[in-house]
Design a protein around this ligand. Structure first.
Ligand SMILES: *Cc1c(COP(=O)(O)O)cnc(C)c1O
Length: 236
C-alpha cells in the first residue's frame, strides 16, 4: 500500500523536484516499507521521534527536519541531519552553526518564510528576513550552509490564494538569491508543497515537496511519540 502510494506520488512529481516523504507519527515499519520501495529522503518534525527512527533505520537515509526546532534540541540531530527546513530565527541558525562545528560538519539549512494568512505559523516575514540578511552576522556562521527557503501556504481550499502565496514565495526567493547568494549555486532550494497543495507548488518554482498523508495515510496523533512511550511504539 505504501509502496503503491509512493509510486503514485512520484509519478506526479516533475523532473528535478525532490520528494521528502513526511513520516512523522508513522511507525518505523511504515518508513521501512517506503525505504524498501526506494525512498531515501524522510522528513520528521519531532526531535525525539527523529532520533529514535534514525537509530533504528538504515544509515543511508537522508533525514530532513521539517518542524519548528527549539535551540536546545539542535544538539540531538546535529551528528546526522541532512537538511533543516524551518530555520526561523538567527539565534537558531547560530546554534546550528555551533553544534555543526562540534560535530565537524556543515549543516544545510533553509530559512522559513511566513507567507500564509494564518497567524500561528512560524517563520520570518519577508522584511524580517531582508533585515537579518542585510545585517550580515550569519556570514560568520561557517558551519551552516543556507540552501534556500521553505514555506507553507494557507490551509484553504482556495487554490487561487495558495497559488498567489507560492508565487510570492518564488519571487521572494529569486530576490534573496539575487541580493545575497548570486555566487552560491548551493542556494537553490525552495521547499514548498504538501499533500494538499504540491501540484500547485510545482507550478510556482518548488524544488522540494514535503508529502506525508498521500504516502502514509492519515496520521494517528493518539499514538504519538511521547518520549516515555516511544520505545514501546517503535518496537511493536
Ligand atoms: C506534516 C507536514 C507536512 C506533510 O503534510 P501532509 O499534508 O501530510 O502531506 C509537510 N510540511 C510540514 C512542515 C509538515 O509539518
Amino acid at each position: 500500500m505504501i509502496a503503491e502510494n509512493l509510486h503514485k506520488v512520484l509519478s506526479t512529481i516533475q523532473p528535478g523536484i525532490r520528494l521528502v516523504a513526511v513520516s512523522k507519527f508513522h511507525p518505523v515499519s511504515a518508513l521501512q516499507e517506503a525505504y524498501d520501495a526506494g525512498q531515501r529522503v524522510f522528513g520528521e518534525s519531532h526531535v525525539q521521534e527523529l532520533v529514535e527512527k534514525q537509530h533504528l533505520l538504515p544509515k543511508d537515509i537522508e533525514w530532513h527536519f521539517i518542524g519548528h526546532l527549539q535551540t536546545n534540541k539542535v544538539k540531538y540531530m546535529a551528528p546526522f541531519i541532512s537538511l533543516i527546513h524551518a530555520v526561523d530565527t538567527e539565534k537558531l541558525l547560530k546554534e546550528i552553526d555551533k553544534q555543526a562545528e562540534r560535530n565537524n560538519r556543515v549543516i544545510d539549512c533553509l530559512l522559513q518564510i511566513h507567507i500564509a494568512k494564518e497567524e500561528t505559523k512560524f517563520g520570518f516575514t519577508p522584511n524580517e528576513l531582508r533585515t537579518m540578511l542585510q545585517e550580515g552576522e550569519w556570514r560568520r556562521f561557517s558551519h551552516v550552509r543556507i540552501c534556500g527557503l521553505m514555506c507553507m501556504a494557507t490551509n484553504t481550499d482556495d487554490e487561487n490564494l495558495i497559488a498567489g502565496e507560492f508565487e510570492y514565495a518564488n519571487t521572494f526567493f529569486q530576490e534573496i538569491k539575487h541580493d545575497y547568494f548570486q555566487s552560491e549555486p548551493s542556494f537553490r532550494e525552495l521547499s514548498m508543497g504538501m499533500s494538499g497543495d504540491y501540484m500547485i507548488a510545482q507550478q510556482h518554482g518548488s524544488t522540494m515537496v514535503r508529502i506525508g498523508t498521500m504516502i502514509f495515510g492519515e496520521r494517528n496523533y493518539s499514538c504519538n511519540y511521547n518520549p516515555s512511550e516511544t520505545h514501546h511504539i517503535l518496537i511493536t
